[in-house]
Design a binder for this molecule. Structure first.
Ligand code: ZN
Length: 56
């Protein structure tokens, strides 16, 4: 799984004018899942299901 930072660098993700992370292919805002047992938030594209980890 890629990190959001790598996704942004690889142009898989971009930030919209509101600073929200969006999937470059689907132009959908990523959903955020917070697991208190993990060191990162899970970011999921609701369209294609690609997941990224967002280090806190
Ligand atoms: Zn997508």
């Amino acid at each position: 799984m890629k990190s959001t930072r790598k996704g942004l660098r690889d142009d898989d993700l971009f930030k919209d004018t509101y600073g929200r992370l969006k999937c470059a292919d689907c132009e959908k805002v990523l959903k955020t899942t917070t697991d208190p047992d993990e060191l990162f938030d899970l970011r999921t594209c609701p369209e294609c299901g690609t997941q990224y980890k967002d280090l806190r």
